[in-house]
Write a protein that binds this ligand. Sequence first.
Ligand code: PNS
Length: 165
Amino acid sequence: MRRAICPGSFDPVTNGHIDIVARASFLFDEVIVAVGINKSKNRLFTAEERMEMLREACREFSNVRIDGFSGLLTAYCEENDVQAIVKGLRAVSDFDYELQMAQMNSSLADIETVFVPTSPEYSFLASSLVKEVATFGGDVSGLVPGFVRERLVTRLDERRRAGDA
Ligand code: PNS
């Protein structure tokens, strides 16, 4: 059984993430999509909300399950018998940091990192940019699933109201 992990913040999940998960699910017997839980980072959605959206977004992939992790990714991989970390590469600019992380992770544990090139239609896509565009009223349909767009608009609206109060 070859088990891989797609780790990330997923704040929120985008169509680019789903594309990478879909391709990982084709390559491996089982894929865990794991939400990094880092309480010190300021996120728009809680870890539980991010996992909920991932469960909905990945429900069509029968060999994919969603989980959360805190602490070292390599520790989670060892505890869950994961052999490979799958990461999407959008551009050369992603490569330096991702290579550094891959080498650090392989120095910490017996784990391979597999880079999957992002499909060209998603090469500009990042959760941070989606949030920025939505904050200023831009149309993010086509970049995230419809139900994520709705939750994003609602959450940003709640934040705006809380800021005005
Ligand atoms: O979506 P992101 O923000 O690029 O995801 C980053 C994530 C969660 C994959 C990365 O920060 C991570 O692996 N964090 C776990 C802590 C860890 O293992 N750090 C050492 C990495 S070399």
